[in-house]
Design a protein around this ligand. Structure first.
Ligand code: MN
Length: 315
């Protein structure tokens, strides 16, 4: 199979020393069943931002009779899925028997380890809204073959300041901490900038960072940020000023440049093509991953391995 998905551990890219304060990468539209999503990561130029190797944006959307999210059981290895909502609900069920309904303010973190399967869907009891993101972290080699797990945090820590607040769903920002259940130094936060205000946040200069506007209008260091665009900020930044005229929500992710080479295919993060092929074969043979018994309906089949040219994760 192709090795084009290989990601070498990268050195820190320092922006800001010249005119270039950040680089812009438009997201691309894809569909997960009926649900339109915009994928921000991976991109060719930055397959990873810290340990973050995947970022999908879905919504905002309103619905009544339909069920916008219905992702049937599918497997994962070598990563964590991190789900975060601005509005709406997602019901999670996995092959460990974990079940949880995610709502705004909380975070679901599923650790795949050597293998897990899960399903994600709009629950029967819902508000008729869906608006959020799903991210993945690549697990470090030392822990990636470990046990699978699932964590639901009902209310993540919040940092408040004059210009707004930051909901920290991964890692550390100012005095907020959500270290468990993560396995790398990292940052994942949803910034809420008040209308007419500027939110100033400290950043770890050893981290590389990226931002994505989720809602409203925002400017970073005085430069307006476009919608549906991921901005890569490089590293060596020790602070960030985000301003808004009418109010905004802005996602910020970061971490030290991931020091390992990874290989991504479908819903798997591994190190060798053989590991990917073995995981695919085990899913097709109904081995290793277990069954998502709470889901009514058929599971997803793995795509043919021969067609691998680009990462194509399900969710
Ligand atoms: Mn998934």
């Amino acid at each position: 199979m192709s090795l084009r998905n290989e990601v070498a551990g990268e050195a820190c890219v320092a922006l800001g020393a010249d005119q270039r304060r950040f680089d812009a990468y438009p997201t691309r539209e894809l569909h997960l069943g009926e649900l339109a999503i915009r994928r921000a990561l991976p991109i060719r130029e930055h397959r990873l931002v810290g340990p973050w190797c995947f970022l999908d944006r879905f919504g905002p959307l309103s619905f009544s009779a339909s069920k916008p999210m219905d992702v049937a059981p599918h497997p994962h290895i070598g990563l964590q899925t991190v789900s975060w909502l601005l509005e709406g609900e997602i019901a999670h069920d996995d092959s460990l028997g974990s079940t949880a309904v995610l709502r705004p303010g909380g975070v679901n973190v599923m650790t795949a380890g050597d293998g897990i399967a899960h399903a994600e869907q709009t629950p029967r009891d819902h508000t008729g809204k869906l608006n959020g993101v799903q991210l993945w972290t690549a697990l470090p080699d030392a822990v990636r073959r470990g046990a699978a797990g699932f964590a639901h945090v009902g209310e993540v820590p919040i940092v408040e300041s004059a210009g707004g607040l930051a909901r920290v769903f991964a890692g550390r920002l100012a005095e907020a901490r959500l270290d468990q259940p993560y396995f790398s130094p990292l940052l994942g936060a949803d910034l809420q900038v008040h209308a007419g205000a500027t939110l100033t946040l400290p950043l770890d200069p050893a981290f590389e960072h990226a931002v994505l506007v989720l809602q409203g209008d925002a400017a970073l260091d005085g430069q307006p940020l476009a919608a549906d665009t991921m901005y890569y900020l490089g590293c060596t930044r020790s602070s960030m000023d985000v301003a808004s005229r009418a109010g905004a929500r802005v996602l910020v992710i970061g971490g030290p440049p991931f020091p390992e080479t990874i290989l991504m295919w479908w819903n798997f993060v591994a190190r060798t093509p053989e590991e990917l092929a073995a995981a695919r074969a085990d899913w097709e043979a109904r081995q290793r991953f277990g069954e998502v018994r709470a889901y009514q309906g058929a599971r997803l089949d793995a795509p043919p391995l021969t067609k691998v040219v680009r990462p194509n994760p399900v969710s």
